[in-house]
Design a protein around this ligand. Structure first.
Ligand code: AMP
Length: 282
């Protein structure tokens, strides 16, 4: 596996492969890899000849009081995991390589509306940072396809929208959510959970599953379902941020006529912010 830090080197490495007709698959990450990330790599491998992963803990998408500094950086371990998966290129730019002109004056890519709700409401500027870095990474790697996890449902929807709106010639592939045995969605942030919190963390997924069953069973009183779930989560010692039934594509509040729905939840458990979602078609 080639480990590359500089954009010029990345281009030099990938251009001949592209010229030779190889399909390039791209998996952007922030590192501290787990099985969920590896599934993305495998999916990229199925769709492409050359798999490029990136690891970049993007300062632009973290709020001032968020965990950018403490975010786990485990490059050696990540690199070994990627080698074991047969990843071809690991691109791990420095902050300076990504933002040579500084972050304040960096040109930004903004997807409106959809980014101000749910995670965007509690993390102002987060998606602006995500879309900007993903647009830059797409221009650096110029992949044919890029794989994103359904775990970050809103992020996936926002990136699909950006790609469509800007006619970016990259196929977006969605990967299913990898979960621990008890159902907790795998996340780099799960490492923040204490031994006491970890078994309680699955309550979010359980609340989502219960709400999905209620909807599949015919209930359409979404506001009540959301309220009940928030109460249950609070009772299990979590601080709910949001719990919401939405239209699967637009992420607008679900109406009783909508057929494809997604249920999204975000909670704080101690200091850890957990997000998860489940889909249902009726
Ligand atoms: P991150 O490193 O957290 O920025 O995530 C990088 C990519 O991995 C994103 O597309 C995430 O949606 C995806 N991802 C993270 N956790 C999971 C998971 N448990 N299952 C599937 N994809 C995931």
């Amino acid at each position: 596996m080639q480990v590359i830090q500089r954009v010029v080197e990345l281009r030099q490495h990938l251009e001949p492969l592209r010229q030779a007709g190889k399909r390039i698959g791209f998996v952007p990450t922030m590192g501290n890899l787990h099985e969920g990330h590896l599934q993305l790599i495998r999916l990229a491998r199925q769709q492409a000849d050359i798999v490029v992963a990136s690891i970049f803990v993007n300062p632009l998408q973290f709020g001032l009081n968020e965990d950018w500094e403490q975010y786990p950086r485990t490059l050696e371990r990540d690199s070994a995991m990627l080698v074991a998966e047969g990843c071809d290129v690991l691109f791990c730019p420095t902050d300076r390589e990504m933002y040579p002109n500084g972050m304040e004056t960096q040109t930004k890519v903004e997807v409106p509306t959809m980014t101000n709700i749910l995670c965007g409401a509690s993390r102002p500027g987060h998606f602006l940072g995500v879309t900007t870095v993903v647009a830059k990474l797409f221009n650096m790697v110029q992949p044919h396809v890029a794989v994103f996890g359904i775990k970050d449902y809103q992020q996936l929807a926002v990136i699909r929208r950006m790609t469509e709106d800007l006619c970016i010639p990259v196929g977006i592939i969605a990967a299913p959510i990898a979960r621990a045995d008890d159902g907790l969605a795998l996340s780099s942030r799960n490492g923040y959970l204490t031994a006491e919190e970890r078994p309680r963390a699955v309550a979010l997924y359980q609340a989502l599953c219960r709400a999905r069953e209620a909807i599949a069973g015919g209930r359409r009183d979404y506001a009540t379902i959301e309220k009940e779930a928030r109460e249950t989560l609070a009772e299990s010692g979590m601080r709910p941020d949001y719990f919401s039934v939405r239209h699967a594509r637009t992420l607008e509040a679900a109406s009783p006529d909508d057929r494809d729905l997604v249920l999204l939840g975000a909670v704080y458990l101690g200091k850890t912010r957990l997000i998860d979602n489940v889909s249902v078609s009726i």
